[in-house]
Design a protein. Structure first.
Length: 391
């Protein structure tokens, strides 16, 4: 990923709207930042279009990811999310910043085979080369870019004995991959059924993209966590205790993970990505152990608070709204990512940041203090905003 300039912008929230937009516009080379989606463009993007529904678009500052300074665009209607992300990123950069990585962009398509004949699993496993050739034949452009079907797995552990499910593992390169994988699954389904001696059932990708995980980690010195009336060590201990709570109770884990997606959803929406698919995959991943669990954890290591997040992250830079929506194109330009894996690394880092912000508030003054002050300000209600600082 490429930095478009320093992300540490003290006083950015106090600048006028025009000055903030001027600062950001200097960092993008593509038009569309802050521009409305035209009705004509909307009509080309979806069916039965009748208008355009807008959300506020803001910038989270202070992010440093793998040593690179980044400004993070976020589309969100809720006050305090962007301030929280910026404040957490400021705390994280006092330590390591965010260190992130992502797996290769492998998605899985599922082809259901019903009523297979005896020996079907072995016959299917021996047909991998043929199925790869057939699947790749319907996505020549993807293959030309270095992607395509890689492997195949046959499962016979799903429900009744009369069902097999074949997983097609596809390298989607810089696309999210849903359309590619679905096209491949449909193209090979009849041949798979013929080999298995059965009939084809459902043919579609799974959003549980557990071969496409993204991870982020940060180590924050206690002193960077200090808040009014709360020593940094006490805040760190409180965050760690809250993390343990989430690990022990799915009721708490649900709200813990909602705080993560406050950041991820807003970032992916700004970048024209399918945040619904990412949420579906992440929640399924959180429940893979039989009980719903947190997607990020925090613990004390010496005089540091250390956070780690891991989750499926099926995102893309090509296709869909990421290339059709001019605002999304400009946001991707601003953040400076050059491949889907880098976009995934930014997304998981933003989620870890908003999780930290929520837990730090819970461990100190409480979640409502800052949130409601900003809420009152945004609703033009009387509010004392002293102490609300995203810098």
């Amino acid at each position: 990923m490429k930095s478009k300039g320093k992300s540490r912008l003290p006083g950015f929230h106090n600048r006028s709207l025009a000055k903030r937009l001027e600062e950001i516009s200097r960092r993008v080379t593509k038009p569309g930042f802050g521009a409305d989606l035209t009705l004509e463009k909307a009509d080309a993007m979806i069916e039965n279009a009748v208008g355009v529904f807008c959300l506020p678009l803001g910038i989270a500052t202070n992010f440093m990811i793998n040593g690179v300074e980044l400004l993070v665009p976020m589309a969100v209607e809720e006050p305090s999310v962007i301030a929280a992300a910026s404040n957490a990123a400021r705390m994280a950069r006092a330590g390591t910043g965010f260190l992130a990585q992502a797996d290769p962009p492998i998605m899985a398509g599922q082809v259901e085979i019903l009523d297979p004949s005896p020996g079907a699993k072995e016959r299917l496993e021996n047909s991998v080369d043929e199925i790869v050739r057939l699947a790749d034949s319907v996505q020549p452009e993807l293959v030309s870019l270095g992607g395509g079907m890689r492997t195949m797995a046959v499962r016979c552990d799903i429900g009744e004995p009369g069902r097999l499910v074949v997983h097609l593992h596809v390298d989607c390169r810089d696309a999210m991959g849903a359309n590619m994988v679905n096209t491949m699954a449909e193209a090979v389904s009849h041949r798979l059924a013929e080999i298995a001696g059965g009939r084809a059932g459902l043919r579609i990708l799974t959003n549980l993209a557990d071969r496409r995980l993204a991870r982020a980690r940060c180590s924050i010195p206690f002193e960077a966590l200090e808040r009014k009336g709360f020593p940094g060590k006490d805040v760190a201990l409180g965050v760690s205790a809250a993390s343990d709570f989430a690990s022990s109770d799915p009721y708490r884990a649900a709200t813990h993970n909602k705080g993560i997606f406050n950041g991820i959803d807003a970032f992916l929406l700004a970048c024209g990505n399918d945040w619904r698919a990412v949420e579906a995959g992440a929640h399924a991943f959180a429940a893979r152990g039989g009980s719903y669990a947190p997607l990020a954890t925090w613990q004390i290591e010496g005089s540091y608070l250390v956070g780690e997040a891991e989750m499926p992250m099926a995102v893309g830079l090509v296709g869909g709204a990421s290339t059709a929506h001019p605002g999304a194109v400009a946001c991707l330009d601003l953040v400076g990512v050059e491949c889907a894996s880098e976009l995934a690394q930014v997304a998981v880092s933003v989620g870890l940041a908003t999780n930290l912000a929520a837990l730090a508030a819970l461990a100190s003054e409480g979640i409502q203090s800052g949130h409601m002050q900003l809420h009152g300000k945004k609703q033009a209600l009387p509010a004392d905003t002293e102490g609300i600082d995203s810098e």
